[in-house]
Design a protein around this ligand. Structure first.
Ligand SMILES: Cc1cc2nc3c(=O)[nH]c(=O)nc-3n(C[C@H](O)[C@H](O)[C@H](O)COP(=O)(O)OP(=O)(O)OC[C@H]3O[C@@H](n4cnc5c(N)ncnc54)[C@H](O)[C@@H]3O)c2cc1C
Length: 536
């Protein structure tokens, strides 16, 4: 049996933030995640590091938290943040009175909202509608959820924190109303085990109700579903928000080489009710067109959906329910040593983790202060490593790889230096080399090519795995990077995960690309088994 002082359940931003915070305060903490890190909503969102502008009118407290955390994360999580800046843009049909209220509300919580002319907005963002009547610059940024989560874990490990992936909590054990541990099951092998602990934090987002139930307590959370569309190019270089009360389809976020647009709000059937429907995509496009009039001509890469863990007594409240976070100490339910944290936003995950860690430390009698707002998660790469890397990486790949790899960067550069074969570029869109794939596949939390994909972004660029999928699988099979699965199985899993997001948008150029992919994999590699092996 393993032992920890605290078990954190849930490997999304909130859970890893708590793992990092407690580990930095010297508390022995183990995090357990039922799938891969960032399997839940923390990888199924716009990727907007809010300036707070979106909440300024309706929820000043949230807006203030956002602007403060935005400024902190730009420093401590700078390798996961792209400082794009943002625009709020009003169209003629949007309420003018709301614009005035918004300007006042932003000023009240110190969100810098700088007015610019519609012509200036169009100069900055040429694809923007010519019908815009007002525009403001705000300090929005883009944030990479996978990388943020992963880099929190890397940082926590430095302080003794541990993250166990594919480890589902199946029972919460307590004696005399005091928590004593959790029972776990490996979701890949079925193997069971337990972890003894003094305190449990339930940070399972939309799943908090189910996990609380394991302890015999009730937490009412209504998962609220939001659909997002990823386009194959960066048609805006800044985040663009529609200046109106928050509603569907009003945020466009550039990320690397792509743009993400969303979202919707409707009750979800389950926490992982995340496969979009074609009708939802069609509705979103219609709503988005007034801001970007050519939207129907842009090629969609894929769609995806996430569920918001809205803590509300009224499951039908949707966007009207609070986005604020809540910490529930289950001592109020007669169970000592367990708390649930629910709600909030990814932008405020660090603050949520700090408040939760304060509570745990108070319970344990630990006096150490929170340091997550001051200490960067990942140190900048050394100049000598960057210089060495320039000799082997493709021109634009060096800084990206340094940001992605963090402390593993020198090891990867060294591998490329000593063995030229490791310099092979497996993914051209995201510039991922064999050396990087090998380093990430070797991590304790990598069990499949999908796990490697999330850490490296291989297959997440404009070709969506069409050209890099088989290279990645080939490299994984040839170098025995992923054990327990043969090459055809690896490629099937990889393509199936991509297919879930492509299927709802099969028209026009998306359909053409899907056919190309089918040609490559089905016809050339016989992945669909259409060629009878006897006669092949
Ligand atoms: C469509 C959409 C767009 C959004 N856009 C933004 C945005 O642009 N900016 C922003 O700041 N916020 C945004 N949000 C909100 C933000 O994404 C979430 O608030 C945040 O990601 C929640 O993180 P979390 O760690 O609490 O939950 P999650 O990321 O869902 O993590 C919970 C984890 O718990 C795990 N788990 C569940 N049960 C168990 C178990 N029994 N054992 C072990 N593990 C378990 C799950 O697998 C999951 O990985 C958006 C949300 C949605 C839905």
């Amino acid at each position: 049996m393993r032992q920890a002082t605290v078990v954190v359940i849930g490997g999304g931003a909130t859970g890893v933030g708590i793992l990092r915070d407690l580990s930095m305060r010297g508390v022995k903490t183990i995090l357990v995640e039922q799938k891969d890190l960032a399997y839940g909503t923390s990888s199924r969102f716009h990727g907007l590091l809010h300036s707070g502008g979106r909440y300024a009118v309706k929820d000043a407290e949230s807006a203030q938290e956002c602007i403060e955390e935005n400024m902190i994360l730009r420093k401590v999580a700078r390798h996961a943040v792209e400082e794009t800046e943002g625009l709020f843009v009003r169209l003629p049909e949007d309420d003018e009175a709301f614009e005035a209220a918004w300007v006042t509300a932003c000023a009240q919580v110190n969100i810098p909202a700088i007015p610019i002319t519609p012509a200036e907005a169009r100069r900055l963002e040429p694809q923007l509608s010519g019908r815009a009547v007002a525009a403001y610059r705000v300090p929005d940024s883009a944030i990479d959820g996978f990388r943020l989560v992963w880099q929190n874990v890397i940082s926590a490990r430095k302080y003794g924190g541990e993250a166990l992936t594919y480890t589902e909590v199946t029972a919460i054990e307590h004696v005399n109303n005091q928590v004593v541990g959790v029972k776990v099951r490996n979701t890949l092998t079925g193997q069971t085990g337990s972890i003894a602990c003094d305190y449990i934090v339930n940070a399972t987002g939309s799943w908090v109700g189910q996990v609380a139930h394991l302890a015999g307590v009730d937490v009412h959370v209504s998962p609220d579903r939001g659909v997002l569309i990823a386009f194959n190019h960066r048609f805006t270089s800044r985040i663009v928000n529609r200046l109106r009360p928050p509603s569907d389809g009003d945020i466009f976020v550039p990320h690397g080489s792509i743009t993400i647009f969303g979202t919707t709000s409707s009750p979800a059937t389950r926490p992982d009710d995340t496969i979009p429907r074609a009708a939802e995509v069609a509705t979103l496009l219609k709503i988005g067109q007034p801001l970007f009039e050519d939207i129907y001509h842009y090629r969609i890469l894929r769609t995806f959906a996430g569920t918001r863990p809205l803590y509300s007594a009224d499951p039908a409240a949707g966007r009207a329910a609070s986005r604020n976070f809540t910490i529930i100490d289950h001592e109020q339910d007669g169970l000592k040593g367990m708390a649930t944290i629910v709600g909030g936003k990814l932008t405020t995950y660090r603050l949520m983790a700090e408040k939760m860690a304060d509570k745990v430390c108070e319970h344990l009698g630990v006096m150490a202060e929170c340091r997550t707002a001051a200490e960067p998660m990942i140190a900048d790469a050394a100049a000598a490593d960057i210089e060495a890397a320039r000799r082997f990486f493709p021109a634009y790949g060096v800084d990206r790889a340094a940001s992605r790899l963090g402390p593993k960067f020198p090891e990867v550069v060294k591998a490329m230096e000593t063995d030229p074969a490791k310099r092979q570029l497996l993914c051209e869109c995201e510039m991922v080399t064999l050396a990087e794939v090998e380093a990430m596949a070797a991590d304790d939390t990598s069990y499949s090519l999908e796990d490697v994909r999330r850490k490296t972004r291989m297959g997440m660029g404009t070709c969506q795995g069409a050209f890099c999928g088989f290279r990645g699988v080939g490299a994984a099979a040839a170098n025995e990077l992923i054990t327990g699965k043969d090459a055809p199985r690896l490629i099937e899993d990889f393509l199936e995960a991509r297919w879930n997001g492509i299927r709802p948008v099969l028209w026009g150029n998306q359909l053409r690309e899907a056919e190309l992919m089918r040609g490559i994999y089905a016809a050339a590699l016989n992945i669909d088994g259409a060629v009878d092996h006897e006669n092949k």
